[in-house]
Write a protein that binds this ligand. Structure first.
Ligand SMILES: [Zn+2]
Length: 453
């Protein structure tokens, strides 16, 4: 039994009145965010100005607290004055906006002081009318509704019909293995959705073959090649839809769109085409996500150990010729899904070191080639004459990493200097495994628990 937090998302089919209320709640969340941000900014600016006049620390205007609690308290004191219409929306909408602001300010502060790793976080900005619509509810009456498994309930807005059945979550709720913690409504790609954050007690069976190892080589030509020899074809839905997309984009270009210089209002025909493009993008995205989920579920429930490459996806996205394909395939997404799903089935994911030459190594004799062009689809070994599909060879090497003794001996060592390692590889080091470099590592908690959806 494992307890996890999972998101259950359902597309909503609101009535026009309900849609108005959804929009109003999202606007309320934005209003509270902007109000709180203006307050904090004014306070920071005041203190900054006073410091520049040479006012001593004790005489400065006191700093405002950024906690969600104090922001909410301050809001409640003034809301009757500045927003006499506040009662039209659930108080949760304002509380959520202020809570988000408190998190954003905290992230900025931690990033500034070095407490938070990763890229620098910018100071929060005001949300304009074009900001994404969303609103979160953490208290009040929300959850599944009705006997037909086709409705959800939200505070104040009431019971809204869903497009899909809610049975998966309903079954958990009936068994008492689900606790809904919050509900977030959002408007994305032309559709309203609700996302429930749910604490789930899962009882998954262990992987069908707990001792089995499968290596996955993620490719450009096909989605994945498994070390079992199976070739998983690309979800080519994006490719197929792209022709239609190009046609629609040409159509939109011919129609009268908005113009910033002349302030021309877009024509109704332009809007219609734009709406079609949005829907097409949405269809492609959900088809792709479906394909990836089916593959990752199948692998995680079948194999005890999954070996996967550590791809530098953000680096690959900068390479413009590969970019579209990589983005299309959602490689990083597959790895994320495999990571958390193996955890459910008591399996494990092993991530190969980024510099491990899985493609250049012969899966038969272990010899490493100095060079292998991306255009060479067949792997031919100069030492033992082995010839097989390039991606299958790489997948076999990845699977072999787990059984080989060298990995067990070095698993706990640090990764070594990647630059040094890559230089050594480029120079054609005979073994391909420079000293101090670990060919792979067990996926860490960070890999597994990135995000569960
Ligand atoms: Zn060989």
């Amino acid at each position: 039994m494992t307890a996890t937090i999972q998101a259950y998302q359902f597309a909503l089919d609101p009535t026009p009145e309900q849609e108005d209320m959804l929009r109003s709640h999202c606007g309320a969340q934005r209003y509270a965010w902007n109000w709180g941000l203006a307050r904090v900014k004014a306070n920071l600016g005041q203190r900054e100005a006073e410091k520049s006049y040479g006012i001593a620390g004790d005489d400065l205007t006191p700093a405002l607290s950024w906690s969600a609690y104090s922001l909410r308290k301050a809001w409640n004191e003034v809301k009757g004055e500045i927003a006499p219409w506040w009662a039209e929306n659930s108080k949760e909408a304002y509380a959520a906006g202020l809570a988000n602001l408190a998190v954003a300010l905290g992230n900025w502060n931690d990033s500034r002081s070095g407490k938070r790793k990763g890229p620098r976080i910018r100071f929060p900005r005001f949300k304009g009318k074009r900001a994404g619509l969303s609103c979160r509810f953490t208290t009040g009456a929300f959850g599944l509704a009705g006997p037909g498994r086709r409705h959800v309930q939200l505070p104040r807005i009431g019971v809204i019909r869903t497009f899909e059945s809610t049975r998966k979550l309903a079954r958990h709720a009936r068994r008492g293995t689900a606790r809904i913690r919050s509900a977030t409504v959002s408007y994305r790609r032309g559709r309203w959705r609700v996302s429930f954050s749910v604490e789930i007690t899962r009882q998954d069976l262990p992987a069908a073959r707990p001792g089995a190892v499968v290596g996955i080589d993620l490719g450009i030509k096909c989605l994945a090649v498994l070390s079992t020899g199976e070739v998983v074809p690309n979800p080519r839905r994006l490719e197929a839809a792209q022709r239609e997309l190009r046609r629609l984009q040409r159509q939109a270009a011919r129609r009268d769109g908005p113009d910033k210089r002349t302030r021309a209002v877009p024509s109704a025909r332009w809007r219609k085409t734009r709406a079609r493009i949005t829907r097409l993008h949405a269809r492609v995205a959900s088809a792709r996500s479906d394909g990836l989920h089916k593959l990752s579920t199948r692998l995680a429930s079948a194999y005890g150990t999954i070996v996967i490459e550590d791809l530098n996806v953000s680096g690959m996205l900068k390479n413009r010729t590969l970019a579209r394909h990589v983005a299309d395939l959602g490689m990083g997404e597959l790895r994320r899904q495999v990571s958390y799903k193996t955890a459910w089935h008591s399996g494990r994911v092993v991530v190969a070191n980024r510099w491990y030459p899985s493609s250049k190594t012969c899966s038969g004799c272990g010899a490493v080639k100095a060079k292998l062009r991306l255009s060479e689809r067949m792997f031919r070994c100069d030492q033992c004459g082995l010839a097989l599909d390039r991606d299958l060879n790489a997948a076999l090497n990845l699977a072999a990493l787990v059984s080989s003794r060298s990995w067990r001996a070095t698993v706990n060592e640090p990764d070594g200097n990647p630059c040094k390692t890559s230089a050594a590889l480029a120079a054609g080091t005979a073994t391909g495994r420079p000293a101090g470099s670990t060919p792979c590592r067990e996926a860490t908690a960070h890999d597994t628990l990135l995000r569960v959806s």
